[in-house]
Design a protein around this ligand. Structure first.
Ligand code: SF4
Length: 645
């Protein structure tokens, strides 16, 4: 009998209509764990460097893990993976979503769903236990996310179905379109919604009535109960419950100086408290929401009580969204921010990249690099809410100037041949709203080297942000508590490596980051005990972190095969060349030239190319890709030479 995993992969080819169930064997399961690990391994093997991200040959992969659907706290998440249309060049893409969709897939009997090909017309998938149907979706093509969700549930006659769906942005191949489940839980980053739209796939509806078998149920229950009790007493968790991720506004702005104001031109604003967790909780919070089996319930559901958007309700926003379509574009009005969040969700777009594209255009306007001739007559002034509302809709529908911004800020700058210095992107992918000149230097390493470009979730090295709330923890892991200082370079490469490996484990099991890398209530030892008791295998924390490292290296190799390495591991110039102009970190820049070479050393990556060394790959049981990568390393050396000539 199989425990934890189902051991089954469902593969649907939309070009031919074929449906197959494949076995996922034990060696593969233990090598890649589940969720992110399963997906990254499949992407590496099946979606090569020449595949275009919006072509039928790309594969859209949904993965869950051995803990998904169990009683393990906060373990109901799902990773969605594909070659991303966002990067330059298009490269590795994935995104992790909460909600209840993943456990439903597991109860239907699958660890992984692979969608390939392209349907002849819009369709949606209906998975009900072992039965899979490809259904006509022409009547819901063009519908907003909540409308499509409601229509599908109505026509399938079951309100308990969980639906992962794209909005009009995904249909229109907006490069940063996202996928949402339970209406408001997004697989937001790296354009997974555009890949889904390119397949003419509007939604995947799932209902399962099976169960997850647990090898040692009493032991498993006791570990879960212990973790729940620790989470209940944990200060970080209590704050997340109280204020959601809005809690970050006050420290980010007033104490730490990394609040993203006007496309990162500054790290603070005197009125940022308008977007504080207290203000949201007291005036806009309708109720709290939790993902499957999550005792933390950091999710917000907001209601605007009065003013021009009176009565509007929406799931969220979370910190990254509220800052992307708020201060990043010069807005501090909470009602505007909640309204904009509703718009991007319902249209199905990643708020970070959408806000990033608008903010880039506004800065270019401010600096005289764009004019009314470029924008179709629009004046792009900071903080103009009417304009932001209009641009969000124009981007989703690819209308006028919105059609250019729908390509993302990196490609928009290429289109005009102007404003490249103001694209806050890494490897072509817009930054989340996090500035390493204040947030921390381990974060800066993760941004530069990140597996999907500018993004805080590469490793989420919160040891430098919240680690000091856990006395002795940073010292135990890194040998010194100096690394608790966000802006100290001490042990930051080691910190980033540790947290990246840990995050890869969490995303593969699939356990929410907030339990182990924001709060540190769950430790790698707990994860190993949970997996061992659930799946009936013996594993320890060291092995688990090694597996996380294997996943990180495979994802790195995916980029390397695209000839992306050291030259591209760079933060936006603003972070490394422009000292923070004022606030608590006045004068700070991110010391990239010092920290990235040290990170390569810590990782065992070649200092010249940024490619993992063959012996390191072998140590991670990735010897099979070492020879292949050597061919690309030689090509990359030519690329370096060309860049120097
Ligand atoms: S902590 Fe928040 S994001 Fe994480 S599983 Fe719980 S509700 Fe979802």
């Amino acid at each position: 009998m199989l425990y934890g995993w189902t051991g089954k992969r469902l593969r649907v080819d939309l070009s031919t209509g074929s449906v197959k169930v494949e076995e996922i064997d034990g060696t593969y399961r233990e090598k890649w764990l589940g969720g992110r690990g399963f997906n990254s391994a499949l992407l590496y093997r099946e979606v090569g460097p020449d595949v275009e991200p919006l072509a039928p040959e790309n594969k859209l992969i949904f993965g869950v893990g051995p803990l998904t659907g169990t009683f393990a706290p906060s373990s109901g998440r799902t990773t969605v993976t594909a070659k991303s249309p966002m990067g330059s060049p298009p490269g590795f893409g994935d995104s992790n979503m909460g909600g209840h969709w993943g456990p439903e897939l597991k109860y239907a009997g699958y660890d992984q769903l692979v969608i390939q090909g392209k349907a002849a017309h819009p369709v949606y998938l209906w998975i009900e236990d072992g039965r899979v149907e490809i259904r006509d979706a022409r009547h819901i093509w063009g519908k907003l996310v909540p409308e499509a969700d409601a229509i599908i549930k109505e026509e399938l006659g079951n309100a308990d179905i969980h639906v992962a769906v794209i909005g009009p942005a995904g249909e229109n191949l907006v490069r940063f379109a996202c996928i949402l489940n339970d209406v408001y839980r997004a697989a937001g980053r790296s354009g997974m919604g555009a890949v889904m739209g390119s397949k003419n796939l509007k939604a995947v509806a799932v209902r399962g009535t099976g169960a997850v078998s647990i090898a040692r149920p009493d032991e498993f229950y006791s570990i879960c109960a212990g973790i729940r009790e620790r989470l209940r007493k944990d200060l970080m968790v209590q704050m997340l419950y109280d204020q959601g991720t809005w809690l970050l506004t006050m420290p980010a702005n007033y104490e730490q100086g990394w609040f993203c104001w006007r496309n990162f031109q500054k790290g603070n604003h005197p009125d940022a408290r308008l977007l504080s967790g207290e203000n949201h909780r007291d005036n806009y919070l309708a109720h709290r929401e939790g993902c499957f089996a999550c005792p933390i319930s950091c999710g917000r559901f907001s209601r605007i009580p009065g003013g021009r958007y009176a009565g509007e309700t929406t799931g969220g926003p979370e910190y990254e969204t509220l800052t992307a379509i708020g201060p990043r574009v010069g807005l501090l009005d909470p009602e505007a921010v909640i309204h904009n969040n509703k718009l991007v969700n319902e249209l199905g777009m990643d708020s970070c990249s959408c806000g990033g594209a608008i903010a880039w255009a506004m800065e270019c306007w401010e600096k005289g690099l764009l004019s009314g001739e470029d924008t179709g007559g629009l004046a792009l002034n900071w903080g103009d809410q009417e304009l932001v509302d209009k641009l969000i809709k124009m981007i989703a529908r690819r209308e006028g100037f919105g059609n250019i911004l729908a390509e993302g800020s990196y490609r928009a700058a290429e289109h005009f041949g102007r404003g490249q210095d103001y694209t806050m992107t890494i490897k072509g992918h817009d930054m989340s709203q996090d500035d390493p000149r204040g947030l921390g230097f381990a974060f800066g390493i993760g941004f530069a080297t990140g597996r999907r470009g500018g993004d805080h979730l590469q490793g989420l090295p919160c040891l430098e942000l919240t680690g000091a709330f856990y006395p002795g923890l940073v010292k135990k892991i890194l040998g010194t508590d100096e690394a608790e200082d966000r802006l100290s370079p001490v042990k930051k490469p080691e910190m980033e490596r540790y947290q990246e490996d840990l995050k890869a484990v969490g995303d593969s099991l699939t356990q929410c980051t907030f339990t182990h890398s924001w709060s540190f209530a769950v430790q790698p030892e707990d994860m190993a005990r949970l997996l061992s008791a659930a799946a009936g295998i013996d594993c320890d924390a060291e092995e688990l972190l090694k597996t996380g490292g294997r996943i990180v290296h495979l994802e790195r190799a995916y980029w390397n095969r695209l000839l992306v390495g050291r030259l591209e591991d760079k933060n936006p110039k603003r972070f490394t060349r422009e000292p923070m102009p004022d606030g608590p970190n006045k004068g700070t820049v991110f010391p990239e030239d010092e920290l990235i070479p040290r990170y390569y050393e810590v990782r065992g990556w070649d200092g010249e190319t940024g490619f993992p060394l063959p012996e390191v790959l072998k140590d991670y049981d990735l010897g099979d890709i070492a020879d292949e990568l050597e061919i690309y390393r030689k090509k990359y050396l030519d690329k370096i030479k060309m860049s120097q000539s």
